[in-house]
Design a protein around this ligand. Structure first.
Ligand code: SF4
Length: 322
């Protein structure tokens, strides 16, 4: 039996996650601890634990932040109501919402202004969906399940558009859209893809390697939407089994019974060190041969939030005067 590992590329950190994590790091350096963060900055246990050790305090809502303190909004975005709450408590804010989530917010606002019914495909209760829907609560209806798509009603079937969460399965979203188009033939598509480049690229890479894999290990947290989708995509694309783990220590030896080829990938919020830990765990069990399966080379990068860039620039100026 030839044991080997196929390693998906792209995997792990996307530009939006990188920016959000660096934002909290730089905020800690610039302003000192504590820096409050509303919700998990990105959905990854390791990242949240590491930033907590450095002085970040994660809270669920802005009303848990002491008046006047500094709070960072997470990559998943917030609704206008959260901005208002923060302003009413005189909080200093840094918004680390991913620009690709902001893009969907802008679309929601624009279609609401034009009085469209907006069908937002996404997972009920996910922070991103709450933020996007909060931009236009009177116009947005969430479509999560097939039942939702069968039941949803609109005021004018000629004035309806679908938008989506950024981290969905591309294939399943199209199933939902086609179901909706069956009911509303004039349903408009979003002006550009809402499912982001990073989500799409990680799914394409998993699809390319999964048919050759007996097992696909996805490194990522249970509350990470895009990571969970990678498990589903791996199974749909032909992997015999697929599991989501936060850490190498969670991989079960029994999963390797009779397994020749193990696929490894990670969600968009996962630092690569966690993937390297899984690779060395596998190497210790005879899976030392690693082949990378590359389906795209990503070069996307986002500038830090404006509030932070300004503070960093002011700091530089002060340093140069001293
Ligand atoms: S997964 Fe996509 S939308 Fe989410 S933070 Fe990354 S790039 Fe932005």
């Amino acid at each position: 039996m030839t044991k080997r590992v196929l390693l998906a590329k792209p995997r792990g950190y996307c530009a939006g996650v990188d920016r959000a994590v660096v934002t909290v790091e730089k905020a800690l350096e610039t302003y000192g601890a504590p820096v409050y963060v509303r919700k998990e900055i990105v959905h990854n246990k390791h990242v949240v634990e590491t930033l907590t050790e450095r002085g970040a305090i994660f809270v669920d809502e802005a009303d848990e932040v002491p008046e006047g303190a500094l709070v960072v909004f997470s990559a998943h975005g917030v609704s206008p109501a959260v901005h208002e709450e923060a302003a009413s408590r005189q909080l200093r804010t840094i918004d680390a919402t991913c620009p690709l989530v902001t893009k969907v917010h802008q679309e929601a606002k624009r279609f609401a202004r034009d009085d469209y019914d907006i069908l937002l495909i996404g997972h009920e209760g996910h922070e991103e969906v709450e933020g996007t829907a909060g931009e236009a609560p009177e116009h947005v209806q969430l479509v999560d399940t097939a039942e939702d798509a069968a039941k949803v009603t609109v005021r004018d079937p000629s004035k309806v558009v679908w938008l989506s969460q950024t981290t969905l399965s591309v294939d399943e979203t199209m199933v939902r859209v086609n179901q909706l188009k069956g009911r509303f033939p004039e349903l408009q598509d979003p002006p550009s893809d809402d499912i982001c480049y990073a989500t799409q690229n990680r799914q394409v890479a998993v699809k390319a390697m999964a048919p050759e894999c007996d097992l696909v290990i996805v490194v990522g947290s249970q509350n990470s939407s895009n990571s969970k989708r990678l498990v589903e995509v791996a199974l749909q694309a032909g992997a015999n089994a697929s599991y989501l783990v936060d850490y190498a220590r969670e991989v079960d030896e029994a999963w390797l019974d009779g397994v020749e080829t193990v696929g490894v990938t990670s969600g968009a919020s996962v630092p690569d060190i966690l993937v390297m830990d899984v690779l060395s765990w596998l190497a210790d069990r005879g899976y030392g041969e690693v082949q990378e399966v590359t389906t795209a080379n990503e070069k996307v990068a986002f500038a830090l939030p404006r509030e932070l860039r300004k503070a960093l620039k002011d700091n530089d100026l002060q340093d140069s005067v001293r």
